[in-house]
Design a protein around this ligand. Structure first.
Ligand code: NAG
Ligand code: NAG
Ligand code: NAG
Ligand code: NAG
Ligand code: NAG
Length: 550
């Protein structure tokens, strides 16, 4: 750590938060004194080509070689074994699915098996796997649906087993989200030094003649040899506990310790003209044709089995549940529906810490709108947090805050961005404490190895919290499916992050892994990074079923 290394997140910046300064900054902002438009970024000087693949060791990620090896196995995704061409890539028009030995009628609890056959644009069968398909069973009238996992046979065929969980009719729905050729491109750029997402650092402070100076520079994570850097490099901000290094171009007039605000910057597309063709709308997230005939499902008199009390350590089966009349019926455990009064009762004497991104902020907002008497304290932080809501009679406190950088939020004090592991380290825990965190959407712009590093730190903190306060309820909210299907954000990135999170917490007793992926993937609403209210309501019911199990 040289003189250019500053540790942030410390009290050092407390004086910045004084309201005079904020007012001053905001007025500067309004006057456009931050010169966003006028600001010219120096041209990058990089030793390695921008798209070169980063090599990160297991120890840099904070895990053992063995763990990295087993993670890589879990993440393994087949791909083309030859130079890709558009003609030979998977065509959603020519790929089809069929039902194995279809029957006239089925019973609730039966399965149907579906085979997906991938073909290229010349109608030839594909010989290798790696296509990203999604499958579900649905009934629009019943507002019923269930998720099906697609198994890749690595020879151009795929299969999905779909459970028939409701009585009535159902139809199979299969879509090709990305061809294996696209997944290969996603994978390449994910692990490259190419900065698909840019960020800004806002410096402010007194200049030599005591007037206020402000400067905006570019910032990004420091991760691996040849990762993002700038000619006037750099102010480094190393978080002592997590070891994460955030770096900003050195401002011209101000020293490194004058970094005050953070925001997202532009997105930069690494795709060349050839690669861009594979992402065409007509090839992305397209329903494929197949046996779409109506399936008749008759009642089943056999018992449906009693469900377990919701607790940590339960496995998430596929399917993890299904929707019927827009209500999620879980197969994991005995989930309940909560009306407003029951929500309040469940949250009585609880302090809930939600950490993550805008998808957990949706949960905060949901509670705010549903729990009687729960009121948001005005912390003057707008929607970027931290946020806090309280209900005094029943002693309920709900906190929300975003995770640390990288984060694509609008301008906010960087001091308010705390790493999840650091937040957890500062929670005493106990039977009245509930911690729920999520991390996925803002990490998809960066190498998966960096995600592994972040999860390794979170895991350390979770293990420590459970050791000092075993009765703490800790919920990991997985990443959900989203509407983005491009080189910047894709569900394929999220899927892989979810695998990392699940694998890395597999052996940690006392943690609840809440798989929301299946709930958003099979719902009839158009996928959105911010799931619709009905999905949020169902997710909250599952969450509260863990907090207040019966
Ligand atoms: C990086 O880009 C250069 C020039 O466009 C290209 O020749 C090279 O193959 C690319 N490398 C990777 C790993 O894609
Ligand atoms: C359906 O598949 C599930 C999961 O593979 C299995 O547990 C269940 O027994 C199957 N049901 C029938 C009726 O075969
Ligand atoms: C692909 O692999 C599956 C599973 O091994 C096998 O059942 C199927 O016959 C194979 N299909 C082709 C076209 O080779
Ligand atoms: C103060 O210094 C800045 C930067 O050196 C300069 O642009 C500005 O004109 C100075 N203001 C006064 C009042 O001298
Ligand atoms: C199981 O079946 C009983 C009666 O057959 C029904 O009341 C109950 O709601 C069912 N449970 C689930 C989870 O479907």
């Amino acid at each position: 750590m040289g003189s250019n290394t500053q540790v942030y997140g410390l009290r050092k910046y407390v004086f910045f938060t004084c309201s005079i300064w904020i007012t001053f900054c905001l007025s500067l902002w309004q006057m456009n004194c931050f010169q966003i438009r006028k600001f010219h970024l120096p041209s990058p000087k990089q030793i390695l080509p921008k798209n070169s693949s980063l090599t990160i060791s297991a120890s840099e990620m904070g895990i053992s070689d063995e763990e990295w090896e087993s993670l890589q196995k879990a993440l393994d995704w087949p791909g083309p074994d030859l130079q890709i061409t558009l003609d030979l890539s998977t065509s959603p028009v020519h790929s089809t699915f069929s039902t194995v030995e279809p029957k006239k009628s089925y019973k609730v609890g039966d399965n149907i098996s579906v085979i997906i056959t991938a073909r290229d644009h010349n109608k030839n069968l594909k010989r290798y796997g790696g296509d990203f398909f999604k499958a579900k069973l649905f009934n629009s009238q019943l507002k019923a649906s269930v998720y099906g996992e697609v198994v890749d046979h690595r020879n151009g065929t795929y299969s999905a087993v779909l459970l028939l969980p409701w009585e009535g009719q159902a139809q199979v729905f299969v879509r090709l989200e990305h061809s294996s050729e696209v997944v290969q491109i996603l994978k390449k750029y994910r692990e490259s030094s190419f900065p698909r997402s840019h960020y800004k650092g806002y410096f402010g402070g007194a200049g030599p003649n005591k007037t206020r100076i402000s400067e905006v520079v570019e910032c990004n994570i420091k991760w691996g040899e040849g990762s993002w850097s700038k000619s006037n490099c750099c102010c480094e901000y190393k978080d002592i506990k997590t070891g994460t290094v955030w770096q900003c171009e050195r401002p011209k007039k101000l020293p490194c310790d004058k970094l005050v605000y953070h925001s997202k910057g532009g997105l930069e597309n690494p795709l060349n003209t050839f690669e861009k063709q594979f992402f065409a709308k007509t090839l992305t997230n397209v329903r494929i044709t197949g046996d779409t005939q109506i399936i008749n499902i008759l009642p089943n008199t056999a018992g449906n089995g009693t469900r377990e009390r919701c607790r940590s350590g339960l496995k998430t089966p596929v399917p993890a549940g299904f929707y019927l009349k827009d209500v999620w019926k879980s197969f994991v455990c005995n989930t309940q529906q909560f009306d407003s009064a029951q929500m309040l009762k469940c949250l009585q004497n609880k302090i809930v810490y939600m950490i993550g991104d805008s998808t957990t902020r949706q949960w905060f907002e949901f509670f705010e709108s549903k729990v009687p008497g729960l009121k948001r304290m005005n912390l003057q932080t707008r929607s970027y947090g931290p946020l806090m809501a309280v209900e005094l009679k029943n002693n309920v406190i709900i906190h929300w805050r975003p995770h640390g950088v990288p984060l694509r939020f609008s301008v906010m004090p960087i001091t308010n961005l705390h790493y999840i592991s650091n937040v957890i380290d500062n929670i005493a825990g106990g039977p009245h404490v509930v911690v729920v965190f999520t991390i996925f959407a803002h990490l998809v712009f960066h190498p998966l190895t960096f995600y592994v590093h972040e999860v390794a730190k979170i895991r350390q903190s979770v293990v420590a919290l459970l050791s000092r306060a075993p009765q703490t309820t800790i919920v990991i909210k997985s990443g959900n499916t989203a509407g983005y299907k491009d080189i910047f954000q894709s569900d394929w990135y999220t899927l892989q992050e979810n695998i990392v999170m699940k694998e890395m917490f597999r052996d940690i007793d006392g943690v609840i892994y809440f798989d929301i992926w299946q709930m958003t993937s099979c719902h009839y609403l158009t996928e959105n990074i911010h799931p619709g209210p009905v999905v949020i309501a169902n997710a909250i019911s599952v969450f509260l079923s863990y907090v207040c199990p019966v």
